[in-house]
Design a binder for this molecule. Structure first.
Ligand code: NAD
Ligand code: MG
Length: 401
């Protein structure tokens, strides 16, 4: 019986994880859950799964949760430090890292350092900390299993010896030519370019294939999500630039592919439903029921492929460049993007302003201190804060115009 700590229990990935656990009550015990501040949702989760510990980041939310759970077995804790503590605590062997954004870095890193089996949905943590994250896993013996559907697909298409050496694998020695990261192109794939700027958050969040949290939905519309995934893939699969390509595939049936030197291409396919990669990671190397229906190829009919257009997706281009510029660039980009997406969702900047804010932060940090060694989480968080401040300043200037 695996003992699971679920970070980000109230989110989209959190909810899909709980759905898989419901299918498998004898296999997994949910020992700890964390959330930002949604008391009602957390109450329902705790009443159903009766975890030992529930953590709310927000202190008032923690007091409210403790009140409604009075008399129950679940202990309620509060604060960001408690989230990181529970991620490393001994009452779980497996941690689902499903917090959104940079807030996930410290707890996810704590789980990695504690040598857990880490189911990684929170791609931003890896984008922010890259080599540090991979090295921490190697020294603690943590097993990283990729939940992100593309990385999970790639993982499934890799030979076992590569699966066992994530972060340090040698793709070429394993006979691999390259990794093909697929992406749908989001809701604005065919929109006239001149109409992009005026797109509302509601339109950006209406993804054609996937139902996800708000931040990743906007990231999918800009394709920053694919850019963050490109960086995520670079670290997980130890790729060089020639070994990693992005391919548009609007149907989201193929979740990514591995192209081998002999001309074989292995693809993983399935419904666009996160319960599949979540179930795969939870039970790896076994296979379990996830509640997802099998694909019906006859109703799909056709699969299409295209190149991603850099004029439509400048965020993807920025991320692909940042990936090979160094840690300073990917940490900066991730931070600026998070601030820009929040500003876009709040109606402060236009859709096309997201790329401008990110570009401005990258340019300013590059001119400043890109020589600073990012060899600790404290150094990463300090650069993250600096990039966020630059992004916020830029947004103020845009608003004033
Ligand atoms: P979401 O917004 O639906 O949920 C986020 C979760 O994080 C919530 O439980 C929330 O309470 C918690 N949270 C938010 N801010 C926090 C903070 N400051 N401190 C602690 N906890 C906080 O997000 P999501 O769509 O479930 O995505 C979660 C992660 O998984 C992201 O990194 C995303 O990129 C990744 N991911 C999501 C999907 C998907 O289909 N949703 C697919 C692949 C990868
Ligand atoms: Mg993905």
């Amino acid at each position: 019986m695996h003992k699971l700590c679920l970070l980000g229990a109230t989110g989209s990935i959190g909810t899909s994880t709980l759905a898989v656990l419901r299918e498998q009550p004898d296999r997994f015990q949910l020992t700890a859950v964390t959330a930002h501040r949604n008391v009602e949702q957390m109450r329902t989760i705790c009443e159903e799964f009766q975890p030992e510990v529930a953590v709310m980041v927000d202190e008032q939310a923690a007091r409210d949760l403790a009140e409604v759970l009075k008399g129950r077995a679940t202990q309620v804790l509060s604060g960001a430090q408690a989230v990181a503590d529970i991620a490393a605590a001994s009452n779980s062997d497996t941690v689902m890292a499903a917090i959104v954004g940079g807030a996930g870095l410290v707890p996810t890193f704590a789980a990695v350092t504690a040598g857990k089996r880490v189911l990684l949905a929170n791609k931003e943590a890896l984008v922010m900390s890259g080599q540090l994250f991979i090295d921490a896993a190697a020294s603690s013996g943590a097993q990283i299993l990729p939940v992100d559907s593309e990385h999970n697909a790639i993982f499934q298409c890799l030979p076992a010896e590569v699966q066992q050496q994530l972060g340090h694998c040698d793709l070429s020695a394993a006979g691999i030519h390259k990794i093909l990261l697929t992406g749908s192109g989001g809701p604005f794939r065919e929109l006239p370019l001149a109409e992009l700027a005026a797109q509302t958050p509601a339109a950006a969040c209406a993804h054609p294939n996937w139902d996800m949290g708000q931040k990743i939905s906007v990231d999918s519309a800009t394709m920053m999500n694919k850019g963050l995934e490109y960086i995520e893939a670079r670290w997980l699969f130890n790729c060089n630039e020639a070994q990693l390509d992005v391919v548009l595939h609007p149907q989201s049936v193929i979740h990514s592919m591995v192209s081998y030197k002999d001309g074989s291409v292995l693809a993983q396919m399935g419904q666009p439903d996160m319960r599949t990669p979540i179930a795969h990671c939870l039970s790896f190397p076994e296979r379990i029921e996830s509640g997802v229906a099998p694909l019906d190829f006859l109703s799909i009919g056709q699969l299409n492929f295209a190149a991603a257009d850099s004029a439509r997706y400048p965020c993807l281009e920025l991320a692909m460049q940042a990936c090979w510029q160094g840690q300073w660039a990917t940490t900066t980009l991730n931070a600026a993007n998070e601030v820009a997406v929040a500003a876009y969702l709040a109606g402060q900047i236009k859709f096309t302003g997201i790329a401008s804010v990110c570009r401005a932060a990258l340019e300013q940090i590059q001119q400043g201190n890109n020589a600073v060694a990012l060899n600790s989480i404290a150094a990463i968080l300090s650069l993250d804060e600096q990039a966020r401040a630059i992004a916020r300043e830029r947004i103020k200037q845009v608003e004033a115009c």
